[in-house]
Design a protein around this ligand. Structure first.
Ligand code: ADP
Length: 240
């Protein structure tokens, strides 16, 4: 569903992503872990089609910058940036029309009710609190019912109710066959449902594990994370 092949992204001399390849399959929740500056946001932005990069990224077989790929892709950014002079509801209308969604009103209302935004629907973007902006960001990303979902630190700034709903949604989207990639520092919050983990350091994948592999090793996610990032060795023993 999501296929990343040999992706390299440089900012001047900084190699933020260094020859990265991996897939996320339908019905899989993959997580992206790593210290600050490891290259996680850059990778997610490359997949979302927001940056130029070397390599190939496809969404359901379509190049990631094609219209077909964008139809299937949902990107929930780390920094919500609503339009200041549009109401919350107008954001949903904009997405509904841009994607030519048939039942966008019903689905937008259901999302707003779930994320406790329904009574805020007529507030302008700049009247929403940071947490409300993030909830609107999530609702906008989910409205087209994407097959591939990218979340960059989605739980930061959310209240406990929204965290609970979003975690439930990850699992619901997986059950519907979506491929989901979540970048996060909040290991505890993804512990219950991740299927594959990718640990990034210095622009590379320092380790990749399935849940079965981690469970069989007797380690948990946190132990794996620290053994890789504080050991500062890649799987091959190479310094990373
Ligand atoms: P992470 O999301 O894992 O914290 P980033 O992808 O944001 O990491 O950053 C990876 C590297 O790329 C870091 O060295 C960072 O300083 C650099 N970087 C990120 N964005 C830019 C940018 N717009 N211009 C220059 N360097 C950047």
């Amino acid at each position: 569903m999501l296929s990343v092949k040999n992706v390299t992204k440089k900012y001047g001399k900084v190699v933020a992503n260094n020859d990265i390849s991996f897939d996320v399959m339908p019905g899989e929740i993959a997580i992206l872990l790593g210290p600050n500056g490891a290259g996680k946001s850059t990778l997610i932005k490359c997949i979302a089609g927001l940056l130029k990069f070397d390599g190939d990224i496809t969404i359901d077989g379509h190049p990631n910058k094609s219209v077909e790929a964008k139809r299937y892709l949902g990107y929930i950014s780390e920094m919500p940036a609503p339009y200041e002079m549009m109401t919350a509801w107008e954001h949903m209308e904009f997405i509904g029309r841009a994607y030519s969604l048939k039942n966008w009103k019903e689905e937008a209302q259901a999302l707003f009710e779930r994320f406790e935004l329904w009574d805020k629907k007529d507030k302008l973007g700049n009247e929403l609190s940071k947490g409300m902006q993030q909830k609107l960001n999530i609702c906008c990303g989910l409205l087209p019912n994407p097959k591939v979902l990218l979340f960059d630190e989605p739980l930061v700034g959310l209240d406990p109710h929204a965290i609970k709903e979003l975690k439930a949604m990850f699992v619901e989207y997986r059950a519907k066959g979506a491929a989901i990639l979540i970048s996060t520092h909040m290991l505890d919050s993804v512990n219950e449902f991740w299927d594959a983990t990718n640990i990034m350091m210095d622009g590379k994948f320092a380790a990749r594990r399935t849940r079965k592999e981690v469970e069989a090793s007797g380690e948990d996610l946190e132990q794996l994370f620290f053994s890789i990032t504080e050991g500062a060795k890649s799987e091959s023993g190479e310094e990373v």
